[in-house]
Ligand binder design. Structure first.
Ligand code: GTR
Length: 396
């Protein structure tokens, strides 16, 4: 194996963390170690996996268990009751084109309850049933009470195109703060998760929130929850991928610039590394993930196994050229390798032939798609519109 050398450049946005004077990151392709990645099509007992049955019964569950134990932690799904209450506290910013439903979702378990909130817009035009797009939002709630930042969540455009669209703020399920992330759904409903090495952490909790939103969509008479999309950017892109791996009800999963612990291969150690993310955000991943800080080569899996858990449902990744911290090439490779499950097990036209360096535009295949754009780390209209183009092609 090639010897790993790090070039020392300092990621400009990071400040000293946990006593480290600086975060060191590699941005030199020549310094990326040779990759040894586990084969999606060979089971732990050495069985060759070629059929849908063997994939779903043997290999898929092995991979889910490894991601759960070593990377993300559990998403417990049991509870005793769920109820939905419309609250309508905020003025509808788009009364001409959309109806607004603000919904409190209350879940009960072991005599305790947790309430999360979704903000939900339905087109006024047409009877439906409407396809639905859910964004897991992690931006702080807007102080002026506004529900929408159109640059990030383009509600008007989505409504005009005939979608219903909802979002929830990550913090209504689990705060995005290392000291307090448990003070939501985790300590209230699932306290036994606390302290387990593969216990639920913030990314899993946000994924749990997406599942509860889907529980609401499934009961809604104006929605076609079969055409459902789960969208996340960056940290919530990671959460969206893990949620969709656990919940087959999402027809499309779109992770924008989800980087380390999301789309990108950890073993490349390019840009953000496992150690860097675990030190900066100790509340996101399972405690076990710390075992691989500066030891990514020891991981028994890598992110190329994640798209296969979503197959044959559609999965879409996007990157930005100015977001090298998220390792665009590692994101592309993760999807290119990961799409082999859709192609070879499920027979989808999902084989990525192009190398990352040869890309000339978006790659939109039967159930997988990718684009990279100019600019920096952000979820923009360009990202949304290219994803919607992909979706239209798949739906045809
Ligand atoms: C980055 C972080 C990423 C990513 C992102 C975000 O700085 O290192 O892992 O999740 O922020 O959520 O915006």
């Amino acid at each position: 194996m090639k010897k790993l050398l790090l070039i020392f450049s300092v990621f400009p946005l990071l400040s000293p963390i946990n006593g480290m004077s600086q975060i060191l990151a590699n941005y030199d392709e020549d310094k990326v170690p040779a990759l040894i990645l586990s084969d999606p099509f060979v089971s732990e007992k050495g069985r060759l996996i070629q059929s849908i049955t063997d994939w779903e019964k043997i290999r898929r569950s092995e991979i889910v268990r490894l991601f759960q134990d070593k990377v993300y932690g559990q998403i417990p799904s049991d509870f005793e009751a769920i109820s939905f209450e419309k609250v309508n506290e905020t003025a509808n910013p788009y009364p001409e084109i959309a109806d607004l439903e603000e919904v409190n979702i209350t879940v009960k378990r072991n005599g305790k309850s947790h309430t999360m909130r979704i903000n939900f817009f339905l087109p006024k035009d047409g009877k439906g049933p409407f396809p639905v797009i859910l964004l897991i939002n992690y931006l702080p709630k807007y102080a002026d009470g506004t529900l929408v930042d159109e640059a990030f969540w383009p509600v008007q455009e989505l409504i005009r195109r005939g979608f219903a669209t909802a979002s929830f703020h990550a913090e209504t399920v689990a705060p995005d703060i290392a000291e307090t992330f448990q003070d939501g759904v985790i300590s209230t409903l699932y306290p036994e998760q606390i302290g387990q090495a593969n216990g639920m952490k913030a990314l899993g909790a946000w994924g749990w929130g997406a599942m509860r939103a889907m529980d609401y969509f499934e009961k809604h008479s104006k929605l076609d929850s079969k055409i459902s999309v789960l969208v996340g950017h960056s940290r919530t892109g990671k959460a969206a991928l893990w949620a969709s791996a656990n919940d087959p009800r999402w027809a499309f999963t779109y992770a924008n610039e989800s980087g380390c612990g999301g789309a990108a291969l950890s073993k490349r150690k390019f840009g953000e590394t496992v150690g860097a993310i675990n030190r900066r955000f100790p509340h996101w991943f399972a405690d076990n993930f710390n075992q691989y800080n500066e030891k990514e080569e020891d991981l028994p899996i890598d992110q190329h196994l994640l798209p296969g858990l979503i197959a044959p449902r559609s999965v879409y990744y996007s990157s930005a050229k100015g977001d090298q911290w998220a390792d665009p090439k590692g994101e592309y490779l993760g999807l290119q390798l990961g799409s082999r499950v859709a192609a070879e097990i499920y027979g989808k036209k999902a084989a990525f032939d192009q190398g990352f360096e040869d890309l000339e535009g978006p790659v939109h295949l039967e159930s997988v798609g990718y684009h990279i754009r100019e600019g920096k780390h952000d979820l923009t209209w360009e990202d949304w519109s290219l994803f919607l183009e992909f979706m239209e092609k798949v739906e045809k």
